[in-house]
Design a protein around this ligand. Structure first.
Ligand code: SF4
Ligand code: SF4
Length: 435
């Protein structure tokens, strides 16, 4: 149900048949499970200084106080002080903090799904070191358990549960790859029984962005790599990571790792996708239980390595360019310098955005917001901020290294009738391979 049209309340959706109390209890149980030492410390240390507000693109572009990062944690904070804080029994007995209500959780849905991309810019400025982005992610686990996520994301969750991908069933992969191979004139191996590298894709690369997939293929074929894609583990984007569906998140990443092990691959190559990197590179080891048996590497760092090892050489472009730093890859993932080295190898003169690197503003579509269609108007406001910064550089070209950011910019540009194309780093590299 979406009640946006019937009342002035924020839009929310519900899934499943849980009663009101059961939803609140499911969310509370999950919240309390998340309150380990780190989350508890973070809950205890906020001094309400407000510094995180100016870091958040949703607050900056709307000026609406409800979008301040710390406000986005309110029901989570209540759950902590009532159920897990050191004075929880006293807090409950004296009624000092009320239990979150279903109405509160419903209203909260917009704050943590529509107006938070888990970009971590607020985290970076918080003087108390509170990782608000991580807390929002943990809060999403409870909302998912309560059946309180945006319908559009819930639909993608169900699709991924059935197919192992939000894009296509694995059995259709060989045909999709064959079509892309013909269209772009490049060999794309599929389902090889043995390979050194398991190459994975983001859903858009199996649809409107097949050129990015073909670009990866062209580079891998050029260096003579023994690689394959595989129907049993191919979609690296992880809707479970965005939705708060932990079981699905683990299942999707495990499919990649297990498939790599099965074919003897030592490397899983992730596509230009930000949350794929967060889910597979940084979170997989948490639940795998031991050291991962494969190396998980993002396309940007792989390109950087190939250039450093002189396995590929590039023809210089000799133009100016600016670069959007995808939050999960740069601020949360640490690949700020790698992208810049690749741009330099392409002979591009980089003109940085006013806010760039780990301080860059989010595209506005991360954390599933780009797929959550009801958040589109808010996303377009954030796009204006980025558009202004990009235009201010006067750079000839605009490049990024995340397909989701790219889709967000493409949609924003279309809405704003802006004709600046956003280019993919891997496509630029493939298009400028020297003989
Ligand atoms: S910056 Fe940190 S301490 Fe200050 S209000 Fe935000 S979360 Fe609280
Ligand atoms: S993680 Fe990003 S989007 Fe979410 S509150 Fe912080 S700055 Fe805003």
């Amino acid at each position: 149900m979406n009640n946006a049209t019937t009342t002035a309340r924020a839009p929310f959706d519900k899934q499943g048949t849980l009663g009101d109390d059961a939803r609140v209890d499911a969310a509370m149980r999950s919240f309390v499970r998340e309150f380990g030492v780190t989350a508890s410390l973070h809950m205890e240390s906020c001094v309400r200084c407000g510094m995180c507000a100016e870091a958040c693109h949703f607050y900056v572009t709307t000026g609406d106080a409800k979008y301040t990062p710390v406000h986005k944690l309110e029901p989570f904070r209540r759950a902590y002080f009532r159920e897990a804080g050191p004075f929880a029994p006293l807090v409950r007995a004296l009624g000092l903090v009320n239990k979150p209500t279903l109405a509160m959780l419903e209203q909260w849905q917009e704050l943590i799904y529509d107006s938070c991309t888990m970009c971590g810019r607020c985290t970076m400025v918080c003087p108390m070191g509170i990782d608000i982005a991580e807390l929002v992610k943990e809060a999403r686990h409870g909302m998912f358990k309560a059946g309180l996520v945006p319908d559009r994301l819930a639909l993608m969750d169900r699709t991924a549960q059935q197919w192992g991908s939000t894009a296509t069933p694995g059995d259709d992969l060989p045909d999709i790859l064959a079509e892309a191979a013909t269209e772009h004139g490049v060999a794309i191996p599929c389902d090889l029984a043995a390979a050194d590298i398991l190459v994975t894709a983001a859903p858009a690369e199996l649809g409107e962005h097949t050129k990015a997939l073909a670009a990866a293929a062209k580079i891998l074929n050029r260096i003579g790599a023994k690689w394959t894609m595989h129907r049993e583990g191919f979609d690296a984007s992880n809707i479970g990571f965005n939705n708060g569906d932990l079981e699905l998140q683990e299942r999707l990443t495990r499919a990649l790792v297990d498939t790599a092990v099965k074919i003897g691959a030592k490397t899983v190559l992730l596509p230009e996708c930000g949350h794929a990197y967060g889910a597979a590179r940084w979170e997989a080891a948490r639940w795998y239980g031991r050291e991962l048996p494969v190396r998980i590497v993002h396309m940007t760092e792989y390109l950087d390595e190939l250039i450093a090892e002189r396995r590929i050489r590039l023809k210089p472009i000799d133009q100016t360019a600016t670069f959007h730093d995808p939050c999960q890859i740069v601020r949360r993932g640490g690949l700020e310098a790698a992208a810049r080295r690749v741009l330099a190898a392409l002979g591009l003169e980089l003109i940085e955005l006013q806010d760039h690197g780990i301080a860059g503003y989010c595209c506005g579509g991360g954390g599933g917001v780009v797929s959550n269609t009801r958040a589109t108007p808010l996303r377009h406001k954030v796009f204006e901020l980025k558009k202004q910064q990009i235009e201010a550089t006067g750079a000839k070209r605009f490049v990024t290294s995340c397909g989701q950011c790219r889709i967000t910019f493409e949609q924003g540009a279309q809405h704003a009738h802006w004709d600046k194309p956003v280019e993919s780093l891997v496509e630029l590299v493939a298009d400028h391979l020297a003989d």
